[in-house]
Design a protein around this ligand. Sequence first.
Ligand SMILES: Nc1ncnc2c1ncn2[C@@H]1O[C@H](COP(=O)(O)OP(=O)(O)O)[C@@H](O)[C@H]1O
Ligand SMILES: [Mg+2]
Length: 283
Amino acid sequence: MALLTLDGLHLSFGGVAALAGVSLEVNANDFFAIIGPNGAGKTSIFNCISGIYAPTRGRILFNGQDITPLKPHRRAKLQIARTFQNIALFKGMTVLDNLKIGNHIRLRSGVLACGLYYGKAAREEFAHRATIEREIIDLLELQEIRHKIVGTLPYGLQKRVELARALALDPTLLLLDEPTAGMNAEETEDMVRFILYVKQVKRPTVVMIEHDMGVVMDISDRYPVPPPPWTGWRREAPPQWEPHYGREWHEEAHERNWREREERWGRGEGRGCPPGLAKQGRC
Ligand SMILES: Nc1ncnc2c1ncn2[C@@H]1O[C@H](COP(=O)(O)OP(=O)(O)O)[C@@H](O)[C@H]1O
Ligand SMILES: [Mg+2]
């Protein structure tokens, strides 16, 4: 069974049809990309999945459950996390605090109880901090900047923090809206490398919107090609492609990933795996 099914989504704003019968299926552990020109309705698809927009027609199934009527916070509880095309972080707060907000939703005790640092809440807060620090900060190499105020960081880093914030929810489904938008070549290359890290280590289910075809072809397993005139989306087999950055870059980046990870987390079983994830047997 598909993890996510969009079944004939329609969405209009006034007379403008943003979506006209979008259907697609995403399986668990898929890395699925959505491509298309500006205004094609890509972000609207994410807004429908995360519950910001209600489709005028059609259904959204998540794990077999019809989530179309659910409010956004209920969908976040299902661990559907997303990043935004325009960065949506608390810019006056530190990197770590932004990550903690991402994860707060998972804690069973309420925010108030956690604030009191009391018994179970305090232990959860502790475990929660440890998870964030070990896994995500290590994974995305944010050690040096975790106490920095987000607004003071360069754009590329802020985008990486946003990815970290979404990952802090430990998402079952991760929605990435143009993770490399507005980046220069170096920042894009870095981001591709970090998304590849995440893909290798956490094997998440991802739907990524991206208009840089090089990025799409380097990261995603498959993507649908929207046939004109935007009446729906047809699924395509993984294309035969020559990677954008070239095979050498890929081989080198792959080797570098594992070399650096082994230096940090050791060889043998669970090689290159952050301790938090190794303990859970997740890599
Ligand atoms: N909140 C809104 N109000 C009115 N029109 C909107 C709104 N959101 C999106 N649209 C329109 O829907 C279409 C698709 O937009 P969007 O999903 O943002 O496209 P993309 O992400 O592919 O660039 C565009 O024509 C856009 O102007
Ligand atoms: Mg968009």
